[in-house]
Design a protein around this ligand. Sequence first.
Ligand code: SF4
Length: 470
Amino acid sequence: MKNVSAEQGGAHAAPTQGKLGLVEMQSMRSRAQQYFAREGEDPLSQAFERKTVVHAGMSGRPLRDEARDEAMERLLGEPRQGQSAAYFHIPFCETHCLYCGFYAAAYKRDWSAAYVDALLEDMRRDRDLPAVCSKPIHAVYLGGGTPTAFEAGDLRRLLLGIRKYLPLANDCEITVEGRVFRFDPEKIRACIEGGANRFSIGVQTFNTDIRQQLGRVCSRDEVCEVLDNLLRTDSAAVIIDLIYGLPGQGEQEWAEDLRVLEQMGLDGCDLYQLNVFPGGRLDKALQCGEVPPVADVPGQGRLFRQGVEFLRGRRYRRLSISHWGRTTRERNIYNPLMKRRADCLAFGSGAGGSLRGHFYFLESDVKKYMAAREQGRRPVAMIMEPPANAGLVRVLTGQLESGALDLARTRQETGVDVDGLYAPLLQQWQRAGLLRRDGDWIELTLAGQFWQVNITQALIDWHTQNAMEI
Ligand code: SF4
């Protein structure tokens, strides 16, 4: 779920050509009304009407089909730059959770060995390419879908293969994402033996009734048992995702989730806001009254504040707007690299990678993906050329993800006169209670953190619009 492609796909639609047309320019002008926050209201609940995007991001120009294969070979023929990562997408799930916009394919046991064989073969084939072998890889992420759906022996084979074929840094973070359903002690052992040193488990809520109405199978006790098994290995960081604003989840239920989180003694956690995808299964279930209502925007703001105050009070370390660490075992290497748009090798159906500022996406239909490989073709579905402002976007998204922006550094790294460019926005947002300014430092207030994606996307769009008007 923390895939580059997922972020880009859900984040920000890409314009189809380098120069924007009249309609797009008009639509950007009307979006200018959304740049400025409401003043004189409670900024946490009312600064903006709604979140404008799920993840702030850049647009880009997709390469024509006929240019794609050559471009991919060129990118793979050049060394990676900077700290980088490798992402493996396991697109299968055993059930389809009601709220999820990333479900791709039903898991069948036969897929486990065949799919791992394909990933191992791809790594073996590419191991000597400069983009693969040139430099150490600092973070590996097995995401999905549900990597932990795979059989124990295949999980072990995949992880050992990653360590054999990719030049991992000595202290490489190796994350296995998953859920507790069928994540038994044998699979946990296989992951540890394979070299996993971090587990990111999608719990979402400990509340059994809310879990089960969302299609999560296990009860609270079963969730806690699997987390205990992971912690008892004493060999990997164990972090979980929790979502606030779920159907039927009020401040009391959220307080109980936070209490169990603390009681478990985990290494860290992510607190995410629920996204209801328009036209998705949860949206339809809400409209038919099949599930209790979800929190509105002010309600989500209150739950956000409750989560922040709870974790601050327990001295968790803030690693990003949504991510918190409790122990030093949680290093959180992969996620910030992705926010900074670092180079990332992609493997597997539906995976998204990034090389030299180009995003690339592998075929998301598993059968087409496997067929392309069998025909000796790389299953690349799309390559996006970086937009002109890619450097600025990288610096803004990377910094604001941590809740602060260093204008001096941004100026130095991008050559953009950020003071002059952003003065109208920064002054207005300061008046509206979204940020504090101390010299060159901009720090988001609690309300600014809640609206961080709007703020980041507004800064990106403002720059794009101004560049067009010059
Ligand atoms: S297991 Fe994860 S990816 Fe699969 S449907 Fe549920 S939330 Fe989505």
